[in-house]
Design a protein around this ligand. Structure first.
Ligand SMILES: O=C1O[C@H](COP(=O)(O)O)[C@@H](O)[C@H](O)[C@H]1O
Length: 259
């Protein structure tokens, strides 16, 4: 696992623009090297703003959208099209505006989907989809995602892994989460082992409400108490912050601030 590095931007707007530019570059680089790339999307305020900025930049045309696999780190287990679903936000912000291959948009199952309304069965279905996409060189049950983005909750949750909940002890690739402290209570989430399969993990946080969670994530806390601390990429773990979210950074961390 890679030690985290930190990049601080002036405010949320610039953070979202810079992360979108970084994402274009990363996808283009990977596609140039291997032909195909894979990313994992997050819900939440900054995560969705990054997708909207990506849709708005002319540089989006540098991406070969049809050779991109798109996964989700977590989902609210609600009917398809519900505005609270992370998938709905991602489609509205980006996916409806670019030429993705529908077969490579791997949304997590919906409550009213063909697989039924059992969240455990839905988690198992998504795990099977991930396993089918994993190649021998991935050495595990999920692909080695090129970029996996995560929002950070004020309580230090990432994806739908909330502090002290059983999902944090689960070794399966995908779990159903019941009784989440943030509505809606029933969710699907990648687990930490799946998150750690990513080559790069980007943690996105803006606003003063996230400053404590960011500090704890970078202070050597345990992932059961502080889930964000357990989110690390194989090659890179990058905190992309605005100044407010970076206000309580532990001393000595590398910081590069936008003017
Ligand atoms: O519920 C969720 O919250 C987190 C963080 O959202 P934010 O609006 O506080 O940035 C998000 O990353 C996750 O995907 C989502 O389901």
């Amino acid at each position: 696992m890679s030690a985290p590095s930190v990049l601080v931007h002036r405010d949320q707007e610039l953070l979202a623009k810079a992360a979108a530019a970084r994402l274009v570059t990363r996808i283009v680089d990977v596609q140039a090297a291997r032909g195909s790339a894979s990313i994992v999307l997050t819900g939440g305020g900054v995560g969705t703003a990054v997708l909207a900025e990506l849709a708005a930049t002319g540089a989006r045309d540098a991406v070969d959208w049809r050779n991109l696999d798109i996964w989700w780190g977590d989902e609210r287990f609600l009917p398809a099209g519900d505005p609270e679903r992370n998938e709905t936000g991602a489609r509205e912000a980006l996916l409806d505006h670019v030429g993705v291959d529908p077969a490579r948009v791997h949304a997590m199952p919906a409550l009213d989907g063909p697989g039924g309304d059992d969240p455990e069965a839905a988690a198992a279905r998504y795990a099977a989809e991930l396993r089918a996409a994993a190649r021998p060189e991935d050495h595990g049950p999920v692909p080695s995602f090129d970029v996996l983005m995560l929002g950070v909750g004020p309580d230090a949750h990432v994806a739908s892994l909330f502090p002290e909940m059983p999902a944090l002890h689960d070794e399966r690739p995908v779990v159903a989460v019941r009784g989440a402290p943030k509505p809606p209570p029933t969710r699907l989430s990648l687990t930490l082992p799946s998150i750690r399969a990513a080559r790069e993990v980007w943690l996105l946080a803006a606003g003063s409400a996230k400053a404590r969670a960011v500090r704890l994530g970078l202070s050597g806390a345990g992932p059961v108490q502080v889930p964000v601390a357990g989110a690390q990429g194989r090659q890179r773990t990058l905190y992309l912050l605005d100044r407010a979210a970076a206000a309580e950074l532990p001393p000595g961390l590398e910081r590069i601030a936008s003017p």
